[in-house]
Write a protein that binds this ligand. Structure first.
Ligand SMILES: [Mn+2]
Length: 325
C-alpha cells in the first residue's frame, strides 16, 4: 500500500537508507532531502545522501548540504531502501540505481510522475515535496512542535522548500496546508528572513549581469502573450561563470503585463534546456510533455538534446502555437 504510514514502517525496519532527488536539485529537492536526512539521523538511522550533483551555493546554508560531493552516485552495499524525493521520472534521478536490488520509494508532487518506485507516494496537491516530508516526519513520530537545535535545522530545510517551490508563497499551488506547515515551522524558531536572504539576496555581481544581458535580449511573441529569453553559453563564459539556476531569470518574463507564458532556453553541453512558466490557465506541462519533458501545469521543463538554441526555440514555439490556436 502506498501510504505514508507504510513508508514510515519500512523506514523503521530499515537500517541503511539512501536519499536522493532529481538532477540539478532545486530548493525543494534539496530541502526535502536534507530535512529527511537530518530527521533520520535524529532517530538514529544510518542515512546518507546519494547525489550526482553538488548543491548550489545559495542552498549550502542547509545542514547536510556538504554531503553532496558528487562522488557518491550509487547506493552503498546493504542499503535497504532508497528514497527518491521530488523527482518525477526515473531518468532524472540524481543517482545511478541501475545495479540496485533493494526497495525504491518515490515521494513526489509532480503530476507527470512515472511511479517508478516499488512504493510511490505522489500527492499532486502538495505545493512542495517538503509538505509530504513534513507529514512523513509526523508519521515517524517526530515531534515537530518541540524546539531544539535539530528540529530547527530540519525546519529550516522544510521552510526553504516551501519558499522556493511556491515563489515565496505567491503561486497558486499554495494551500492552507502550506501555510499551516509554515506556521508550525515559524513557531519552532525558523528564521524566514535569514532563509529568504540566504536564498535570494545572495547573488554574485556576475549573475546579475548575466540576468541583465538575458533580459536585454528578451523577445515578445504571439501578440505579446509569450516572452522568450535565450541564454547562449557564451554569455556566461564572457562573465567567467556557469549559467546555473535560471528560475529567477525566467520570472522576469512572466512579470510583463499581458504575458501568459514565459519561456527560457539555455545552451548546455548536450543541447538546450528549456523552462516554461504560465500565469493563468495555460498548461505548459503539455508543451514540455509533447517534447519529452514534464513538470507542473504552471512550471515545466524539457531537455532538448543535440539542438541549437534556434532549433529549440522553433520547436517550442511550434508547440505553443498549436495550443494557443
Ligand atoms: Mn518540488
Amino acid at each position: 500500500m502506498n501510504t505514508l504510514e507504510n513508508i514510515a514502517s519500512l523506514i523503521y525496519k530499515a537500517s541503511k537508507i539512501g536519499i536522493t532527488y532529481h538532477v540539478s536539485p532545486d530548493g525543494d529537492a534539496v530541502g526535502s532531502a536534507l530535512a529527511l536526512l537530518n530527521a533520520l539521523k535524529l532517530i538514529k538511522k544510518d542515512a546518507y545522501l546519494i547525489s550526482k550533483d553538488i548543491i548550489s551555493e545559495n542552498l549550502q546554508f542547509l545542514k547536510g548540504s556538504n554531503e553532496a560531493t558528487g562522488n557518491l552516485i550509487s547506493p552503498i552495499d546493504c542499503t535497504d531502501i532508497v528514497i527518491v524525493l521530488d523527482c518525477g521520472n526515473y531518468d532524472r534521478i540524481s543517482a545511478d540505481l541501475s545495479g540496485y536490488k533493494g526497495t525504491i520509494i518515490n515521494i513526489d508532487h509532480h503530476i507527470s510522475n512515472d511511479k517508478y518506485g516499488h512504493l510511490n507516494y505522489v500527492d499532486i496537491n502538495a505545493a512542495a515535496t517538503a509538505e509530504i516530508v513534513y507529514e512523513l516526519l509526523e508519521c515517524l513520530g517526530l515531534d515537530l512542535n518541540e524546539k531544539s537545535t535539530e528540529k530547527l535545522e530540519i525546519g529550516t530545510c522544510l521552510y526553504t522548500s516551501l519558499v522556493t517551490d511556491t515563489g515565496g508563497f505567491r503561486h497558486s499551488n499554495v494551500t492552507s496546508r502550506t501555510h499551516k506547515i509554515a506556521s508550525k515551522l515559524k513557531d519552532i524558531g525558523v528564521n524566514n528572513t535569514f532563509i529568504y536572504q540566504s536564498l535570494f539576496d545572495n547573488n554574485t555581481f556576475e549573475k546579475i549581469r548575466l540576468t541583465g544581458r538575458a533580459i536585454n535580449d528578451m523577445e515578445l511573441l504571439f501578440d505579446r502573450k509569450v516572452s522568450l529569453i535565450k541564454i547562449p553559453k557564451s554569455y556566461a563564459e564572457d562573465l567567467g561563470i556557469e549559467i546555473g539556476d535560471t528560475s529567477d531569470i525566467i520570472s522576469f518574463g512572466l512579470q510583463i503585463k499581458g504575458v501568459e507564458i514565459a519561456v527560457l532556453i539555455k545552451e548546455t553541453d548536450i543541447g538546450v534546456k528549456a523552462s516554461l512558466r504560465s500565469k493563468n490557465d495555460f498548461d505548459v506541462r503539455k508543451i514540455a510533455g509533447a517534447l519529452g519533458g514534464g513538470g507542473h501545469v504552471k512550471a515545466a521543463g524539457v531537455a532538448l538534446k543535440g539542438l541549437t538554441l534556434n532549433e529549440a526555440k522553433d520547436k517550442i514555439l511550434d508547440e505553443i502555437e498549436k495550443e494557443l490556436l
